[in-house]
Design a binder for this molecule. Structure first.
Ligand code: THU
Length: 130
């Protein structure tokens, strides 16, 4: 089934509004579309102990997985504080874990106001799986 990338990006934008980022002042929102058709939102959540910070993408993915989802079809990422916001390396590998056998994950970002849609393999050519 086709994916409404605009809708997913709008959900990522909405999610960025609840970002807890007092240290970096860099808010991020993410929205994850799963194989069941549900959308899960997440934001970055920082901590005084900086290394404990979680990215918006992983927040949204873990919400989906903890609700019983197992296959991700698409992830949208947005920051109101930058012209573009591409997923970090750690989040790329976490996305890869939940890619289905039949479809690559679409990664949706905005670049200077335009939607930029790519397959996960563009960002992570040789993901790790056991
Ligand atoms: N961040 C994300 O939420 N996603 C990314 O893909 C990159 C970085 C967050 C983590 C931290 O709260 C802030 O952006 C600055 O690094």
């Amino acid at each position: 089934m086709s994916i409404d990338f605009e809708q997913l990006m709008n959900r990522a934008k909405e999610a960025s509004k609840t970002s807890y980022s007092p240290f970096s002042r860099f808010a991020v929102g993410a929205a994850v579309l799963t194989s069941s058709g549900k959308i899960f939102e997440g934001c970055n959540v920082e901590n005084s102990s900086f290394g404990l910070t979680i990215c918006a993408e992983r927040c949204a993915i873990f919400k989906a997985i903890s609700e019983g989802e197992r296959v991700i079809r698409a992830v949208a990422i947005y920051s109101p504080n930058a012209d573009s916001c591409y997923p970090c390396g750690a989040c790329r590998q976490v996305m890869y874990e939940f890619q289905g056998d039949d479809e690559e994950i679409s990664v949706v970002t905005e670049n200077m106001g335009n939607l930029d849609v790519n397959k996960l393999s563009y960002f992570l050519p040789c993901g790790f799986r056991i």
